[in-house]
Design a protein around this ligand. Structure first.
Ligand code: NOJ
Length: 532
């Protein structure tokens, strides 16, 4: 267990800085706030903290529109605050992962300001500029993820620029070596300041078709999906040569000790795993979002795990994500009982788990009244359910009126259930989801079978998914009832000794001896040590 790197052994916890802890009463979370909560990470038992972007930003996309790759947004604090946070985390044996947003900048970034200042500006080619089509319209049919054309007309210079997201987020031209160098310098800037790695935003978007061909229609589009899904993104994403860039980023990361490269990639498994790179010289962890995207059904999830395990290149380390700032909260999707089963799944599968802040207290999507919408996606395609504000609401720390998050007016509304659903109250309740998360994290941390062991499916029928994790003679069985059916029975693999229950999602049964078969109650997940 000693030689596995931290990003394989450990657990990543995502903080959305605007919503974690406000320290100055402006209603927006900040670095000093995170610093104040730094002991929480250790208490919970996670190993690495990933911060969504904290760089200077006009906040057209809440930090994913970066105006300076080497600074700290004043609403979040200063570089000194940042250094203090790095030191505080490292002092507790915790790692810090930054978000890197290389695909696009803010339209206020000095690079773009220069680029749009004239066709002969030296930075013109740092972004993607194209002439109008013969009819004066956009150069091709490419669509923005947030709706509408991905091309924005610039009257002053008479060309369109490309933006895969908001029009305030022009895409950089990664075919230009000067762009690569500039972003790589920014990566070094942070690595030199002790950052332990990056989560690279939209890694699969970095290059586009050099022939600028139209995207073909998506035959599965039925009008209920976001508008950009009208087309298949074959010419705007996942270009074959993107892997060269990923390999360059990895080589840079490898100049430093013990750092990690994580890629945000929404692709089917077969294409996702290509981001590990040839000879595993790509991303250490191409984020695997399949649990979020797959129906919550024992058979479907078992099939997913098997397909993913089978697709992994030899030696590649898996990972699993249950939630993030872009997707509805898991507890809202499956309900509170199954959210506990999901926690057990996430923390016992083979592969690095990533937790989204607040999931450990069972936070749910918070309805956002139309007048309080912030997310640019919701503003562009209102009322369709694509908005991401509901899953970005402030962390609920205690039962006070403002949940301990701020003394001012929170930038997004607090959840109505905050008096009951908060860290302080739930940490006093041995049966809470928070207690379960802590127990599961502790089990994973102390059990090489759960953190590093092999994976084998044991059962996937009757609404139950069961699997075994093994390491060095130790064996753990995890059995999950994905529904509210009682008395689900699983035959235990033959063993010399009876099994011993280590944890149940229902909070009891610890120490129970099981021999031959295990029976699960409704919505119950159980971890059994098969080797004493
Ligand atoms: C993915 C990020 O997670 C999302 O929040 C953002 O809007 C887009 N990339 C654009 O940066």
């Amino acid at each position: 267990m000693g030689h596995a790197p931290w990003w394989q052994r450990g657990i990543v916890y995502q903080v959305y800085p605007r919503s974690f802890q406000d320290s100055n009463g402006d209603g927006v979370g900040d670095l000093k706030g995170i610093l104040r909560r730094v002991d929480y990470f250790g208490w919970l038992g996670v190993d690495a903290v990933w911060l969504s972007p904290i760089y200077p930003s006009p906040m057209a996309d809440f930090g994913y529109d970066v105006a300076d790759y080497r600074g700290i947004e004043p609403v979040f604090g200063t570089l000194d605050d940042f250094s203090e946070l790095v030191a505080a985390l490292h002092g507790r044996g915790l790692k810090l992962i930054l978000d890197l947003v290389p695909n696009h900048t803010s339209d206020r970034h000095p690079w773009f300001v220069a680029s749009r200042s004239g066709r002969s500006d030296p930075k013109r080619d740092w972004y993607i500029w194209r002439d109008a089509a013969p009819d004066g319209g956009p150069p091709n049919n490419w669509l923005s993820t947030f709706g509408g054309s991905a091309w924005e007309w610039d009257a002053a210079t008479g060309q369109y620029y490309y933006h895969a997201f908001a029009r305030e987020q022009p895409d950089l031209n990664w075919r230009n070596p000067a762009v690569r160098r500039a972003v790589y310098d920014a990566m070094r800037f942070w690595l030199d300041r002790g950052v332990d790695g990056f989560r690279v935003d939209v890694m699969w978007h970095l290059l586009k078709d050099p022939a600028w061909r139209d995207n073909p229609p998506n035959p599965a589009y039925d009008g209920s999906q976001p508008e950009f899904q009208r087309l298949l993104e074959v010419n705007t994403t996942d270009q074959p040569d993107v892997h060269e860039i990923v390999a360059e980023m990895r080589a840079l990361i490898d100049e430093y000790d013990d750092r990690v490269l994580i890629g945000e990639i929404y692709l089917p498994i077969e294409r996702l795993v290509a981001y590990y790179g040839r000879d595993l010289a790509g991303a250490h962890l191409p984020f695997n979002f399949q649990l979020i995207l797959t129906a919550w059904d024992a058979g479907r999830i078992a099939g997913l795990v098997e397909r993913y395990e089978a697709a992994l290149p030899a030696g590649a380390w898996p990972n699993w994500v249950l939630g993030n700032h872009d997707k509805p909260r898991f507890a809202s999707r499956v309900g509170p009982a199954q959210a506990r089963v999901a926690a057990m799944l996430l923390l016992t599968l083979r592969g690095t788990p990533t937790l989204y802040y607040g999931d450990e207290i069972g936070m749910r999507d918070v309805p956002i009244p139309p007048g309080m919408v912030h997310d640019p996606w919701e503003k562009n395609e209102p009322g369709m359910g694509f908005g991401r504000d509901p899953q970005r609401t402030p962390m609920q720390w205690d039962a006070s009126a403002l949940a301990g998050f701020t003394t001012g007016t929170p930038w997004l509304p607090l959840a109505d259930d905050r008096a009951a659903c908060n860290v302080e109250v739930l940490s006093d309740d041995a049966g809470s989801i928070l207690a379960l998360y802590r127990q599961l994290i502790e089990l994973r941390r102390t059990s090489p079978a759960l953190s590093l062991g092999t994976y084998r499916t044991v059962a996937a029928e009757g609404g139950v998914f069961a699997y075994e994790r093994r390491y060095d003679g130790a064996s753990m069985l995890v059995a999950l009832n994905f529904g509210d059916q009682p008395d689900r029975r699983i035959e235990l693999p033959p063993g010399d000794r009876p099994g011993r229950v280590l944890a149940s999602t229902h909070g009891d049964r610890q120490g129970e001896t099981v021999a031959g078969a295990l029976t699960l109650r409704p919505d119950e997940g159980v971890i059994v040590s098969l080797t004493g």
